[in-house]
Design a protein around this ligand. Structure first.
Ligand SMILES: C[S@@+](CC[C@H](N)C(=O)[O-])C[C@H]1O[C@@H](n2cnc3c(N)ncnc32)[C@H](O)[C@@H]1O
Length: 214
């Protein structure tokens, strides 16, 4: 399996029409947690097992990983979880339009980019357009959780979110970094980093009360 794909290549720039929430979840009105760059899916599989009153969607640009995740999900008969193949920067906005306002409650973007070089900046997943799509669908108190083991990447992500008018860092007193995953479930990359004693930078943002203006 390829380690990385280039999201800017022509193939990945073609928008995909993702199936609606009614076709992928057995209880489509439940609150939604969206995990961007879900990779091998273990994080969402564990969460979906623990939280049957939530729906979970993992989006991933490497299609073979999605096929594997879907096999695991079906074996476990998890009907509150789905993995879909897409480039989130191209296909997510349309999917979100189908949700009830405020139904999207959580977005996690964890160890998202293999692109730390400056020249690859344009390939990074967290863009202002992506944030606006999320902000449009989230009501006040929805959350975005980000984590990375690369300081430059978390710095760039926080810079992008701080510029947005729709999200505020969760007030943790003087400390803005969180010391553990707030969902009590670790991702693959998180385990890898912890095993190697790499630093992990985590930040939680909360949707504020500003109405979205197009
Ligand atoms: C370093 S991995 C981290 C995976 C997982 N979140 C974890 O913490 O273990 C980043 C994942 O994001 C995916 N990804 C990168 N850009 C993407 C995009 N534009 N749309 C969807 N997935 C993307 C990659 O294919 C990769 O599987």
């Amino acid at each position: 399996m390829r380690q990385h794909v280039n999201p800017l290549s022509q193939f990945f720039q073609l928008p995909l029409s993702l199936p609606s929430k009614n076709d992928i979840f057995s209880k489509p009105h439940y609150p939604i947690h969206l995990d961007i760059g879900s990779a091998k899916g273990e994080f969402l599989i564990e969460l979906a097992t623990k939280c049957p009153e939530w729906n979970f969607l993992g989006l991933e640009i490497r299609e073979p990983l999605v096929t594997l995740c879907e096999k695991k999900r079906k074996l476990l008969e998890l009907n509150n979880l789905k993995f879909l193949f897409c480039n989130v920067n191209v296909s997510l906005d349309e999917w979100l339009k189908d949700l009830d306002y405020g139904q999207l409650k959580r977005v996690s973007i964890q160890f998202p980019d293999p692109w730390f070089k400056r020249k690859h900046f344009k390939r990074r997943v967290l863009t202002i357009n992506l944030l606006n799509s999320v902000a449009k669908s989230m009501s006040e108190d929805g959350e975005i959780f980000i984590q990375s083991d690369i300081f430059k990447l978390i710095e760039s992500m926080t810079h992008t979110i701080d510029k947005s008018r729709y999200f505020n860092r969760k007030d943790l007193g003087c400390l803005e970094l969180i010391d553990k995953n707030p969902y009590n479930v670790k991702t693959d990359r998180e385990r890898f980093s912890l095993e190697r004693n790499l630093p992990i930078y985590r930040v939680m943002y909360i949707r504020n009360s500003l109405l979205f203006i197009n």
